[in-house]
Design a protein around this ligand. Structure first.
Ligand SMILES: Nc1ncnc2c1ncn2[C@@H]1O[C@H](COP(=O)(O)OP(=O)(O)OP(=O)(O)O)[C@@H](O)[C@H]1O
Ligand SMILES: [Mg+2]
Length: 348
């Protein structure tokens, strides 16, 4: 665990439960009143200048976790600390002071930017709302920020509207807006998944550069383990509301322990994995069944499933130094087992 003074965001026992969607699902499976435990007991620490990736397939609870951590959604249970202050204990007015210190970059720069606002207004707005400074200082900060995110010379971009920019340029504007107040913590929710590979790698390198300059802590949400391996220091693998594996990016990708991580990394061609994912995930009843499982939520897809997995929920345990797994296949450190991790390389 990172040393105390460097921890920027800390989550303890964070849960977010939803009422299931009305209508078709309820009539399909008849589980009226069964809550969807979209985030179910998440503990995380992210330190200064660290990028922690949250990885999992669609519907695993990544976005909900990110939004709860910055209190865009309020948790059903648990505590969230920003540099030691428990945000969940604050009154609404007190919380306002902390909101500016936590920002988000969304997946779709086409939707997240206001089409009626120029680049200048988009980036200047958070300053105007939060700080009392003159026009000249605002201008110079916006120009400086544009240069930092690689939109240079700034003059060529200041008066443009989002429709006049490419996807990559729009995402750079979204990043500039998120960082203009020098936040402590940024949630980047699939920020490159809609971009071409070459444009995406430019954005990833920009984020690596900015986290050093600004010492920002990032939660980077992605379904792509190869991207997570490239950009992050540590990786948390999420499945149906629970973190099932957690460790350094190298350990999780090169020595995956959890059968789900192994599935994500399996040598199956990417197209097949995508087909399999769609087939499974578009069936809302399957997803709901996994969320409602009494034991391990991965039990219906797990090749190693044992009786204990159907009755009990495995807790995260340290199976190697700083490498945690929630799976009955592995004993925690100190116990013995024949089970070995699968050596692996990420699929492209
Ligand atoms: N407001 C809501 N009301 C009811 N259920 C919700 C709500 N928001 C999310 N969910 C459910 O919670 C689960 C997790 O959703 P979430 O959007 O966090 O997943 P995700 O990992 O971000 O998926 P994706 O990769 O598709 O973005 C899903 O089953 C989703 O349907
Ligand atoms: Mg999401």
């Amino acid at each position: 665990m990172p040393s105390e003074e460097l921890v920027v965001i800390r989550a303890r026992g964070v849960k977010k439960y939803f009422e299931p969607a009305a209508g078709i699902f309820r009539s399909l499976v008849g589980r009226r009143g069964q809550l969807i435990k979209a985030v179910d007991g998440v503990d995380l620490d992210i330190k200064q200048s660290e990028i922690l990736s949250l990885v999992g397939e669609s519907g695993s609870g990544k976005t909900t976790t990110g939004e709860v951590l910055i209190l865009l959604q309020s948790p059903s249970e648990g505590s969230i600390f920003l540099k030691g202050t428990n945000l969940c204990n604050l009154k609404r007015r007190q919380l306002r002071r902390f909101r500016r210190r936590m920002q988000v970059v969304f997946q779709d720069p086409y939707q997240s930017l206001d089409p009626r606002m120029t680049v200048f207004r988009t980036i200047a707005e958070p300053i105007r709302v939060n700080e009392r400074i003159g026009k000249d200082e605002i201008s110079s900060r916006v120009v400086n920020m544009l240069e930092q995110v690689g939109l240079s010379p700034a003059d060529a971009f200041l008066h443009k509207y989002p429709t006049e920019l490419s996807g990559g340029q729009r995402q750079r504007v979204a990043i500039a807006r998120a960082l203009i107040l020098k936040p402590d913590f940024v949630v980047a929710d699939e920020p490159v998944s809609m971009l071409d590979v070459s444009v995406a790698s430019g954005i990833l390198n920009l984020m690596l550069d900015l986290r050093q300059k600004y010492k920002t802590a990032f939660l980077f949400i992605t379904h792509d383990l190869a991207v997570a391996r490239y950009i992050s220091d540590r990786i948390a693998i999420m499945y149906r509301g629970k973190i099932v594996e957690f460790g350094s990016a190298a350990d999780v990708v090169e020595k995956p322990f959890h059968p789900y991580t192994q599935l994500l990394l399996s040598a199956v061609p990417v197209a097949d994995v995508m087909t399999e994912r769609k087939r499974v995930e578009t069936r809302a009843d399957v997803v709901e069944k996994e969320y409602a499982a009494i034991g391990c939520r991965f039990q219906y897809r797990c090749p190693w499933v044992k009786d204990v997995c159907r009755d009990h929920v495995p807790e995260l345990a340290e199976v190697e130094s700083e490498h945690f797994v929630a799976c009955y296949k592995y004993p925690s450190e100190g116990e013995t087992s024949d089970a070995a991790p699968v050596e692996s390389t990420p699929s492209p």
